[in-house]
Design a protein around this ligand. Sequence first.
Ligand code: COA
Length: 154
Amino acid sequence: MPEIRPVTKENWEALIGLKVRDDQKGFVASNLYSIAHSQFGDEYEGHWWDLFPYGIYDGDQPVGFLMYAYKFDHPRHQAFIIRLMVDENHQGKGYGRFGMKKMLEIFQADDRIRTVGISYEPENETARKLYASLGFIETGEVDDGETVAELKLK
Ligand SMILES: CC(C)(COP(=O)(O)OP(=O)(O)OC[C@H]1O[C@@H](n2cnc3c(N)ncnc32)[C@H](O)[C@@H]1OP(=O)(O)O)[C@@H](O)C(=O)NCCC(=O)NCCS
């Protein structure tokens, strides 16, 4: 059974070694960039967001990476999924869907989170289908060239 584990001083180097296929590089920042970013948070829509990076594991094998952001008093999205990637050698085995479901479970259990946002490159069909299958609905907005979608949890 896969699991997600927070990024720590013990596992960050293994996680920055995970890579997507060359033709997918435009869809996602490197894990090195994301882990650096997570140290400082992010300003978005006039609010300051805290970032939470995790590795996706199968046993002791790191297979992917995800990161979400919280801003509990944001009027629209109290959580935002910032990043999801599965290493090129481990794609198509359910780890991406697992990572998404795990995040949604965490958000669902938190009363402060009513709506979750996500964004993706318009040509990223795999991501679009995966998110739509979990209930994300496109809002019609484009942010920094990316399609925005959201899921109302409560
Ligand atoms: C998107 C991504 C995270 C999906 O992870 P994954 O572990 O490969 O996907 P899963 O095995 O969980 O499959 C999820 C769904 O995507 C589909 N899928 C996976 N790889 C696919 C591919 N190469 N082509 C078409 N569909 C694909 C699967 O059929 C599955 O749908 P199903 O459950 O209805 O059968 C992964 O492909 C990836 O890292 N891509 C590059 C980075 C990226 O685009 N990240 C998202 C940025 S918004």
